[in-house]
Design a protein around this ligand. Structure first.
Ligand SMILES: C[S@@+](CC[C@H](N)C(=O)[O-])C[C@H]1O[C@@H](n2cnc3c(N)ncnc32)[C@H](O)[C@@H]1O
Length: 282
């Protein structure tokens, strides 16, 4: 039996979550003013970084010692200027107390066409200085809070959470390059949400948490992390600022009665924060 809690509010505060009560954090923050999704969401880049800073500090507080925080994030091109978000987010998480452990690259299929084909410019003008690459990559950056105590996990939980080495090898989880198909435009539950594919939380949750533990996604979006956490026998906490996403998340997790999971006693709770201390970001 697992428990899933959705908090509707701003994740710059995680006031409902006690210190050291979360075992894994995985999230993809909104892109900085992405022309295709979040145009003009933040007043400026400093405001964006200050949100990440508050979130990093809260994540550090709620995570248990030794545990992992994973960000799916990438540099963002806005009006011809690239913002070094991966570097800045790494510095921010380090200054919140985390150790920077790894950087994975998520490669989308070659045919990924979401963003307009910038490389087309050179086809029209096949001369030097007209080169603009198409971006098929995103980063997955991994941080750790302190040192993990491997002996703290009971033997049976360790066995229940064992990683399938065939799946690990066949799908090349061992490389820093993870090739995963993006969510296809037009998917009904992810409409207007920059959702990541289930494969991403699937790998991260299997690699960095044990069964029965709690996974947090502070920018829950459509609830992909929460859904996969449920499927993998983990509890989840999602924070999402948009109240309108409650029904999508409920549906995605299967709490509208559609998803037939064996463990029918799983619970879903929604906390709606009224007039919180922090204003809305979107
Ligand atoms: C990139 S999407 C996350 C998508 C998610 N990974 C999924 O698969 O559906 C970012 C989400 O963060 C939400 N958001 C933005 N600012 C927020 C804040 N300060 N607190 C909580 N949620 C926020 C947005 O409404 C959006 O749904």
């Amino acid at each position: 039996m697992t428990h899933h809690k959705l908090i509707i509010g701003n994740c710059m505060s995680m006031q409902e979550i006690p210190d050291e009560s979360v075992h894994l954090m995985l999230t993809s923050p909104p892109y900085f003013n992405a022309p295709f999704d979040y145009k003009g969401l933040f007043k400026n880049y400093d405001q964006y970084l200050s949100v990440l800073n508050r979130v990093a500090r809260e994540v550090f507080r709620v995570l248990q010692n030794g545990r992992i925080a994973v960000l799916n994030i990438d540099d963002m091109l806005v009006n011809g200027e690239k913002f070094p978000i991966v570097a800045d987010a790494t510095k921010i998480f380090q200054s919140a107390g985390f150790r920077y452990r790894d950087r994975m690259i998520w490669k989308k299929p070659d045919g990924y066409l979401r963003i307009s084909r910038r490389s087309g410019v050179i086809l029209q003008n096949p001369y030097p200085m007209y080169f603009y690459p198409d971006n098929l990559l995103e980063s997955i950056i991994i941080f750790q809070k302190g040192k993990f105590d491997y002996r703290s996990i009971p033997k049976e939980v360790r066995e229940e959470s064992k990683i399938d080495i065939k799946e690990f090898s066949d799908n090349k989880w061992y490389m820093t390059l993870w090739e995963m198909v993006n969510v296809l435009p037009g998917s009904p539950l992810e409409k207007e949400i920059a959702a990541f594919p289930e494969e991403l939380p699937y790998r991260v949750i299997k690699l960095f948490s044990y069964k029965g533990e709690t996974v947090l996604d502070p920018f829950a979006g459509s609830g992909t992390t929460m859904k996969v956490a449920r499927q993998l026998g983990r509890n989840s906490i999602g924070i999402e600022i948009k109240k309108s996403l409650i029904s999508i998340i409920k549906k995605k997790l299967g709490f509208d009665g559609q998803l037939n999971l064996d463990n029918r006693d799983d619970t879903f709770e929604v906390i709606i924060r009224e007039g919180g201390k922090y204003g809305c970001i979107s």
